[in-house]
Write a protein that binds this ligand. Structure first.
Ligand SMILES: [Zn+2]
Length: 117
C-alpha cells in the first residue's frame, strides 16, 4: 500500500451529493450498504476496498434490471443482478438469485432499455 493509499484507505474523493442528501432515501441507502459491509466482514468474503467500490458501482448501475422470481412469485421484492455479461450486440445476460427460495435464473436485457434517470 502506497503512502497515498495509507492516508485514504476508504478511497473517498471530493463529491457533492447535496441534492441526493435532501432525500431520506439517501441515508437509507447508506445504512443498507453499511449493513452489507458488516455482513461481508462477518462472512469473511475478503473484498478489497477497490473491489467493494466496484461492486457497489456495478450494483447501482444494474438496479434498472432488477427482476422478480418466477419460482416463488416473490413480486414484492425484486432481486438485483448478481452478475452480468455484456454482449457486443447491445444486450446483456443478467444472473439472479432469489433470497426467499434460492432459485437462480438469467434474463436477457437490452442495455438501452431502462432509463431511470
Ligand atoms: Zn423465489
Amino acid at each position: 500500500m502506497s503512502p497515498r493509499e495509507r492516508s485514504n484507505p476508504a478511497k473517498v474523493r471530493s463529491f457533492d451529493n447535496t441534492a441526493l442528501g435532501l432525500l431520506p432515501e439517501y441515508n437509507q441507502a447508506a445504512h443498507a450498504l453499511n449493513k452489507l459491509i458488516h455482513a461481508l466482514n462477518k462472512a469473511e468474503v475478503g473484498l478489497s476496498q477497490e473491489q467493494w467500490l466496484t461492486a457497489v458501482r456495478d450494483l447501482t448501475a444494474a438496479i434498472p434490471f432488477m427482476d422478480a422470481c418466477n419460482c416463488c412469485r416473490n413480486y414484492r421484492q425484486a432481486s438485483a443482478p448478481v452478475k452480468t455479461e455484456i454482449r457486443r450486440d447491445g444486450w446483456m445476460t443478467a444472473y439472479y438469485r432469489c433470497d426467499d427460495c434460492g432459485h437462480r435464473w438469467t434474463c436477457g436485457w437490452a442495455t438501452s432499455a431502462p432509463d431511470y434517470l
